[in-house]
Design a protein. Structure first.
Length: 97
């Protein structure tokens, strides 16, 4: 299942390493803010910065995005065992004004 979601892009990074069991782990981390979410709490100023994961190769596209700009992300819901996971499948690199 995939949905389109407009999010404020904060930044991103990617990692690739070999785990202790020999399995290679590689992914992209994307930091975003959902402006429709409520603040962290009643006495707290600011919004929650969320972290989404994406395919390692998607970083080449994401690193060109301008921080603190709204973009439309294609979010995909997948299952890892019994756990539901939301990942970024793609991003529209044309900024939403």
């Amino acid at each position: 299942m995939q949905i389109q979601k407009k999010l404020l892009y904060i930044g991103s990074s990617r990692y690739s390493f070999e785990a202790d069991d020999g399995k290679k782990l590689a992914a992209t981390k994307i930091h975003t803010v959902d402006a429709t979410e409520k603040a962290l709490g009643d006495d707290v100023t600011g919004l929650y910065v969320g972290e989404l994961k994406a395919d390692y190769m998607l970083f080449d596209k994401i690193k060109k995005l301008e921080p603190l700009t709204y973009y439309t992300f294609a979010l995909e819901l997948t299952m890892q065992g019994k756990k539901a996971v939301i990942t970024v499948a793609d991003v529209d690199v044309n900024a939403n004004k």
